[in-house]
Design a binder for this molecule. Sequence first.
Ligand SMILES: Nc1nc2c(c(=O)[nH]1)N[C@@H](CN(C=O)c1ccc(C(=O)N[C@@H](CCC(=O)O)C(=O)O)cc1)CN2
Length: 301
Amino acid sequence: MQLLDGKIISEKFKIKISEEVVAMRKNSGKQPHLAAVLVGNHGASETYVASKMKNCEIVGFKSTLIKLENKISEEELIKKILELNENNDIDGIIVQLPLPAHINPEKITECIDYRKDVDGFHPVNLGRMQRNLSSFIPATPYGIMLMLEEYGIKTEGRHCVVVGRSNIVGLPMSILMARDSNPGNCTVTLCHIYTPEVKLHTSQADILIVAVGKRNFITADMVKPGAVVIDVGINPEISRQTKTGYKLYGDVDFDKVSSKTSWITPVPGGVGPMTITALLKNTLLAAKQRLLYADEVSLMA
Ligand SMILES: Nc1nc2c(c(=O)[nH]1)N[C@@H](CN(C=O)c1ccc(C(=O)N[C@@H](CCC(=O)O)C(=O)O)cc1)CN2
């Protein structure tokens, strides 16, 4: 078993991004700028957004955090996003998920200018991605693709099983792995938490990607010997010893599964850091596109 180390890979990518930012600033005076909208006081979201802002600083981006109250109306939030769309200094916009229950995330996603949608959640980006056209790819699946590429994992002709069909991870992941690309060109099965006898599918996977948000969902008997296992789950649990603080667990029973695999991601330190790095790459791309095609209607080639 070998570890797919997201921490190491993400550091390598961040060095490359920083170098590109230095060159961009020197040649054009432009500095990529990410705006993050955080609604309410969701603890984990606050941590993730803080990490995004810190990483922007590390690679030399500008960043703006817009913190809004939990009780903000959908209309007010849309108004805020439309202002960010119009702000010429901002290249990328993200709205941290989940949103409070009274706000429809689909409606919010569609309000973001797709040319600034560095989360890649807008239907235009999803459609373009499915057609293998230039687009922003959702950060977690993009981070996984970068990791597979970096470690030289062969995907072509292999059977990839994705468990979890969310719009931000499972669904786009299944599209990317099926696309005519490298990584990609897999035979893909997309399962979800209600798929009957999910083990019948997972145990046939050469590449198993799991994003269901349930600790120990994948046990050793569900994994094919020699499989590549990518664990997207982040499940915090209070430490049993200290009863204070928490430890993070994935969706895969790492201790029992890892010895059966050829490659596996740890949690933490696997997919999570790559998610942030992929967002930085998307923001840099947005800034480059805006610089190149400042007066064009469409920014995508
Ligand atoms: N607008 C978005 N909302 C959400 C996304 C997203 O891509 N865009 N994804 C997730 C959360 N997420 C990013 O926002 C995210 C999750 C985890 C990590 C990460 O670095 N995890 C670390 C552990 C961090 C910790 O100690 O808590 C790891 O796995 O090593 C980064 C980003 C939902 N919402």
